[in-house]
Design a protein around this ligand. Structure first.
Ligand code: AMP
Length: 396
């Protein structure tokens, strides 16, 4: 059975048709600039790429193209389910859920927690249910994996009513990726997931670090929103909570302006004043660009500090996983991070670290070191697997 995995953003839809068991991908692609006159959809049919314009710029139009592509491949009848990525499931969802009117209502109730993402996820699910009315749809939440985090780690030291009345607590994100790579890492370590303690570092444009004890998330660096934690491409990560008041008074900035700058103009971009792209920063730093050097150094230092902090949640550390575009590709970031973590028993194997690039998972530390490894994340495959699991459960 093929599973269609959809990740609907406000102006884009990322899709993949894959086999949840083998991971084989039959079709994938990206609809972009939806809502504008310049919308288009790129379809990758296993090597061959085509781009279709979408003059209406809508989700239904994008799904229409997807339907005809599935028809052309002769696989429309073999698609058994649709799995949707949903960013925020609040405290309501600790597992994926078959989409029903009640589940849609519960996702809507989480909109205040993710005002940019959940409305787009909902609109995408609704359009996909119209395009594929005969298929079961499953929502897979970015936050669900972190619902096992204990209260001591998820509560902020703020007035209790903010939590009880408004849900102000730490939720965490990237759960699908952290769950996937911890399973893969346990397999590579030759250990049972239920008795292995890992720190997983998902380092892409967004970055987060999670402590995974026996396959369950017990702490993570992102919080109420995906802005908390380590330095990211354009997101600041942790700042002093007094910053907003200070900037409002000193620079006359509004709350909206400060929030936008912390999300879109900060992180690696803000520090370097050059780019949010780690590869470009490493190149610029090697040519002597001081801002780029500083951005990479701050990124690494704060990352190492966060990883060390996560070890508190685990007690015993059996392995550190690097994943995401930076984690899978940047030998420099990995080596510098491990270099700062000698206190946890890490010792990098330079040759193995240099060889580990995307598509090639493996260990990057010496035999006597606490193990660190690179694992290629695959969120689409995890969503497809979770979708299949929920449907098997539903049918049991
Ligand atoms: P993602 O969001 O997972 O696609 O990750 C995007 C990030 O990965 C960007 O900061 C890229 O610069 C970074 N990245 C991709 N390839 C490389 C590479 N070869 N070296 C360093 N960073 C890379």
């Amino acid at each position: 059975m093929w599973t269609l995995v959809l990740n609907c953003g406000s102006s884009s839809v990322k899709f993949a048709l894959l086999d949840p068991t083998s991971g084989e991908v039959r079709l994938s692609g990206l609809a972009e600039r939806l809502g504008s006159g310049a919308a288009s959809v790129r379809v990758d049919r296993g090597g061959e790429r085509v781009t279709h314009p979408l003059p209406g710029g809508s989700y239904p139009e994008a799904f229409g193209v997807l339907l005809s592509e599935l028809g052309a491949l002769g696989v429309r009848g073999d698609v058994g389910a649709v799995g949707h990525r949903v960013v925020h499931g609040g405290e309501r969802f600790s597992a994926p859920a078959l989409v029903t009117p009640e589940v849609l209502e519960a996702i809507r109730a989480c909109v205040p927690l993710a005002p940019l993402h959940n409305p787009a996820n909902l609109a995408g699910i609704e359009a996909a249910r119209e395009a594929f009315p005969d298929l079961p749809h499953v929502a897979v939440f970015d936050t669900a994996f972190h619902q096992t985090i204990p209260e001591v780690a998820y509560r902020y030291a703020v007035p209790e009513a903010w939590y009880t009345q408004h849900g102000v607590r730490r939720y965490g994100f990237h759960g699908t990726s952290h769950a996937f790579v911890s399973g893969e890492a346990a397999r590579m370590l030759g250990r049972d997931l239920s008795d292995v303690n890992l720190v997983t570092a998902h380092l892409g444009n967004g970055c987060s670090v999670t402590a995974v004890r026996g396959g369950r998330s017990v702490d993570t660096s992102m919080g109420l929103t995906p802005l908390e934690g380590v330095v990211m491409g354009t997101r600041s990560g942790d700042v002093d909570p007094g910053l907003h008041d200070f900037l409002a008074r000193q620079a006359g900035l509004s709350l909206g302006e400060i929030t936008a700058a912390l999300n879109k103009e900060s992180g690696l971009l803000g520090l370097s004043n050059l780019t949010n792209d780690m590869r470009e920063l490493e190149e610029a730093a090697s040519r002597g660009h001081a801002g780029a050097r500083l951005a990479v150094d701050v990124f690494v230092y704060r990352l190492a500090k966060t990883i060390a902090g996560m070890s508190v949640a685990l007690g015993r550390l059996d392995g550190l996983v690097f994943t995401g575009g930076i984690g899978e590709n940047s030998a420099g970031v990995r080596a510098a991070t491990l270099g700062r973590l000698g206190v946890l028993g890490f010792e990098v194997d330079k040759a193995a670290n240099a060889q580990a690039v995307r598509g090639q998972a493996g260990f990057i530390t010496t035999p006597q070191s606490t193990p660190a490894l690179v694992v290629n994340t695959n969120e689409e495959l995890m969503i497809a697997r979770e979708t299949a699991r929920i449907l098997q459960g539903e049918h049991a």
